[in-house]
Design a protein around this ligand. Structure first.
Ligand SMILES: [Zn+2]
Length: 148
């Protein structure tokens, strides 16, 4: 009964259980009030949830990088952290350096390995939803993919 084509590869039939859930936001207003640490800004916004049609194959590809990216981040964190500690002799400096290096390594992996692989396969990244027509219409009208 469901014959929607997968948004990400545009070839295979999408399956409901593999749909990718994505919420987009539209700012309603901002208010300033007094908080414990000074002036506090609160923003109210609308949100809309979308289920992006996805096939089993794309769902598997989208899930693949999480494990290696996590391992890379951990290994780089441990190496750069202990390397920094031998020089800085302060554990918090080592932790901060480790976290920064871990994030850089993980981002590099996503850009250099994962996104390259998706490109070769002709699959869009899970969060690349700007061409999905119902979402696109809203994004053109001021909606955002991150909380305002
Ligand atoms: Zn697909």
């Amino acid at each position: 009964m469901n014959t929607t084509t997968c948004y990400y590869c545009n070839t295979q039939a999408a399956e409901a259980r593999y749909a990718f859930k994505k919420i987009i936001y539209n700012k309603l207003d901002s208010n300033y009030g007094l908080g414990l640490t000074g002036i506090k800004k609160t923003t109210r916004y609308y949100e809309k949830e979308f289920l992006i049609p996805r096939c089993a194959n794309c769902a598997i590809e989208h899930g693949k990088p999480n494990k290696p990216a996590g391992i890379i981040a951990l290994v780089v964190f441990a190496i750069s952290g202990s390397f920094t500690y031998t020089f800085a002799k302060r554990w918090y400096v080592a932790v901060i350096a480790g976290i920064i290096c871990g994030i850089v390594a993980m981002s590099s992996y996503f850009i250099l390995v994962y996104h390259k692989r998706l490109k070769t396969l002709g699959i869009k990244d899970a969060n690349n939803i700007k061409d999905f027509s119902p979402v696109k219409d809203l994004l053109d009208n001021g909606w955002q993919t991150i909380k305002p």
